[in-house]
Write a protein that binds this ligand. Structure first.
Ligand code: ZN
Length: 416
């Protein structure tokens, strides 16, 4: 275990020694990380850093990695962000912080208008409040407005009745939360009537644009791109491809969102690496075709994280969709179709590394620097670099998270 620090349990200046530092492109063995006032101020081999007589933590040869950034996550620990209470937010944030997430982007589900407003309001509150490390709460970067603007045929496990095309009366109220950065990113299916108006309005409000839950043709996705869409939710899942668009456009066969992403050097996407959504060869295929700079890991986790198998609501307990957890994935009530994950980011990184065979710096990067860039936070977060915030996790050989710091302060209790 890491050595406890003496005296002040959370000094403003401290040093982590004897760590395998997981840098963006390599692991630096025997590394030292120096933290002052919540930021990384120096790192390297111990012999390269000046002597230091303050608080020191011995990592015991464990990996020290940048904290994970989850930009697509619905809940955990029994709570969903759509439950609409501060308690639910705290429960879900705390659950993911235990799994190594240091920055979280709460993600809505298809729901009634006032529920989405409540969700956005809570995102703003928690973002403004900042991380509460002693309470086990990591950083809330802002909201991902995910739905209700989904195509009916690709609605997945979201409540079907509430999926709808965007209308200005409604979305202007959502986009008002972009002021101050509480609304970070928004998803809309490109083929919906009103999608272009939504993209224009969201873009001028400074919100990042995603396409997802869509059966869009190549041309519709190209329109979305012209209007500023640069990210596509969960690659392979609830998205169009040359097979699915055939039901809409017949022959000749046409491209869909999948082909558009593969062909576009500046469109990013994400993978659910829980071992149940995508087989290892598809994880490797996406990484090899798209590249670690353009494909992030996300949990897409619902409330059943860390809870036993059983029936749960996806989305709010009020109007959400009843689904099942078998303990390793969410399923529709038919027990066949997948319905989000029940894993934290530590699991996703472990799976990419140990099962899909991706090298450790790349697997970690897909959960840190890549999502940081996608949501525009990479100047502050996402890698162990001088000047960045000291959001750091200690990992053992099994990639289990043993200690977490946000802004250089220890988060809650280490995971046992
Ligand atoms: Zn989804």
């Amino acid at each position: 275990m890491p050595q406890p620090m003496h005296g002040d349990p959370s000094p403003s200046e401290w040093r982590l020694i004897n760590a395998n530092l997981v840098l963006t492109a390599r692991v630096l063995p025997g590394g030292t990380l120096h933290v002052r006032d919540g930021r990384i101020v120096a790192l390297g081999r111990e012999s390269e850093l000046p002597p230091f007589r303050g608080a020191v933590i011995d990592a015991g040869g464990r990996y020290a990695a940048p904290g994970y950034i989850d930009m697509h996550v619905h809940g955990g620990g029994g709570a969903d962000f759509m439950d609409g209470t501060p308690d639910a937010f705290q429960t879900a944030i705390r659950a993911h912080a235990r799994h190594g997430t240091t920055t979280i982007v709460p993600t809505s589900t298809v729901a009634r208008h006032e529920q989405t407003l409540r969700f956005l309001d809570l995102c703003r509150t928690f973002k403004q409040r900042g991380p509460d490390t002693s309470g086990g709460l990591c950083r809330v970067a802002g909201a991902h407005l995910y739905g209700p603007y989904f195509a009916e045929e690709k609605v997945g496990c979201h409540p079907r009745d509430e999926a709808r095309p965007p209308t200005p009366d409604e979305y202007e109220q959502y986009l008002a939360f972009a002021k101050g950065g509480a609304l970070l990113t928004a998803t809309c299916a490109p083929e919906l009537p009103g999608a272009a108006g939504f993209y224009r309005a969201a873009r001028s409000a400074g919100v990042r644009l995603n396409a997802g839950h869509s059966n869009a043709t190549w041309d519709e996705m190209a329109m979305a791109y012209e209007l500023g869409v640069r990210h596509v939710d969960h690659f392979f899942c609830a998205m169009s491809n040359y097979v699915s668009v055939r039901s809409r456009s017949g022959a000749p066969m046409r491209g869909g969102i999948m082909e558009y992403v593969l062909a576009s050097a500046d469109v990013t996407t994400e993978l659910i690496a829980d071992g149940r959504h995508l087989a290892p060869e598809l994880l490797r295929f996406a990484l090899n075709m798209i590249g670690a700079q353009r494909v992030a890991l996300v949990t897409d986790c619902m409330r059943a994280l860390d809870l036993p198998p059983g029936e749960y609501f996806f989305g709010s307990t009020d109007g959400g969709e009843p689904i099942l957890s078998d303990g390793s994935v969410g399923l529709m009530l038919d027990g066949k179709s997948l319905a989000s994950s029940v894993r934290g980011m530590d699991f996703m990184v472990r799976h990419m590394h140990k099962i899909a065979g991706v090298d450790l710096p790349t697997a970690v990067r897909m959960a840190s620097l890549t999502p940081a860039k996608i949501v525009g936070l990479d100047l502050e977060l996402g890698s162990l670099d001088t000047g960045k915030r000291a959001d750091v996790i200690l990992l053992d050989d099994e990639m289990a998270v043993r200690q977490t710091w946000v802004d250089g302060r220890p988060v809650g209790e280490a995971r046992e």
